[in-house]
Ligand binder design. Structure first.
Ligand SMILES: [Zn+2]
Length: 105
């Protein structure tokens, strides 16, 4: 959480989302793999992504997944902001932008 405090300076704000880098199956659309061929393809390969994890449910329908936040596994809505080509690119981005990488292997 220290990275968030840095980003917003001294201002005390309610944390509604966090940006992390994780390996996930990037959803293609809301129809899902049972009804959409593109989703089916997307569900076969995990990608390294910059993800915004929303800690509070919003009004927009977003995909949901389990994320580890503060050591706890929570089901959260998320948006994919960026897909990295490889771990090197992800590590580089994480360092430059002070983003936590939460996948491990
Ligand atoms: Zn789809």
């Amino acid at each position: 959480m220290s990275s968030l405090n840095q980003r917003y300076g001294q201002e005390v704000i309610k944390i509604e989302y966090i940006d992390v880098i994780d390996k996930i199956y990037v959803p293609h659309c809301a129809r899902g793999p049972k009804r959409c061929e593109e989703c089916k393809k997307a569900a076969e390969e995990e990608k390294i992504c910059l993800i915004r994890v929303y800690l509070e449910a919003g009004n927009i329908a977003r995909p949901m997944s389990d994320f580890v936040v503060d050591g706890k596994k929570v089901l959260c809505e998320f948006d994919v902001f960026k897909i990295f080509n490889d771990e090197v690119e992800a590590n580089d981005y994480a360092e430059k932008n002070n983003i936590n990488i939460i996948f491990s292997d």
